[in-house]
Design a protein around this ligand. Structure first.
Ligand code: ZN
Length: 241
């Protein structure tokens, strides 16, 4: 499968043709074939919005998990929050993407407490309930623990990780042939994680995708400086970046 919006549309069409109902973490009960689409926003809110628009055009709702403690984006900044609200206003669910690395010194037994704190904070920031969470780069112990947090659904909980067939494009690589598995009809319950960051209008290599993102950061930083410093052209012209 290519990492393009066209290929992602085909994935949705295939799921639909194979009789899967699109659901989330709160309406997955039933005996029919169903699929939960999940997206972890690791690097870019802009890319998440694009994929959310593709899904909206296809009449599909999914869940977007947002990091609070990351250097890549700030969900509380006006620009990013506007994008996040766009995703929510399309009808998608917003969940917390939790990076346990930030709490390494706090002890594993307090993780649940911190997840609750971050979920409440994200909920305040985006002014809508945050009801579920996913782990960012979880270690094996955390995964196996089947972490239960009051009032929140753990997308890595046993129910969604074992009862559902879990498929992921982590590191821009489907470890299993996702399209063949959908076509096989072997699983009534699918849980598919995609990272919007990897998808674009054109297929490109992983090096090109990462390189383009890294290089674009210079101009982004320049534009942020321009908003905060008067007459930036007198100091450094945009063409010099
Ligand atoms: Zn992640």
């Amino acid at each position: 499968m290519e990492f393009t919006y066209a290929a992602y549309r085909d994935l949705i069409t295939l799921l639909r043709n194979e009789g899967y109902r699109f659901c989330g973490y709160f309406d997955h009960e039933g005996n029919d074939k169903r699929v939960i689409l999940r997206h972890d926003i690791d690097y870019s809110m802009e890319r998440a919005v694009k994929l959310a628009q593709v899904e909206q055009e296809m009449g599909v709702k999914s869940t977007y998990f947002v990091l609070l403690r990351t250097d890549f984006y700030n969900p509380a900044s006006k620009r990013t929050l506007d994008l996040l609200r766009q995703i929510r206003d399309m009808g998608h669910e917003v969940g917390l993407h939790f990076d346990e690395v930030a709490y390494r010194d706090c002890g594993a037994e307090t993780l649940g407490e911190w997840i609750r704190v971050e979920a409440a904070l994200l909920s305040e920031i985006c002014q809508s309930p945050v009801r579920c969470f996913s782990m960012h780069r979880p270690n094996r112990l955390t995964l196996e623990k089947d972490l239960q947090v009051d009032g929140l659904v753990n997308s890595y909980g046993e129910e969604f990780f074992r009862d559902f067939k879990y498929l992921s494009d982590s590191r821009r690589n489907w470890r299993e042939p996702v399209l063949d598995i959908i076509r096989s009809g072997a699983y009534d319950k699918l849980h598919i994680l995609t990272h919007a960051f990897w998808y674009g209008d054109q297929e490109e290599t992983i090096s090109d995708a990462v390189g383009r993102f890294v290089r674009s950061a210079n101009l982004e930083r320049y534009d942020q400086m321009a908003e905060n410093i008067r007459s930036i052209e007198d100091i450094l012209h945009r063409s010099e970046v």
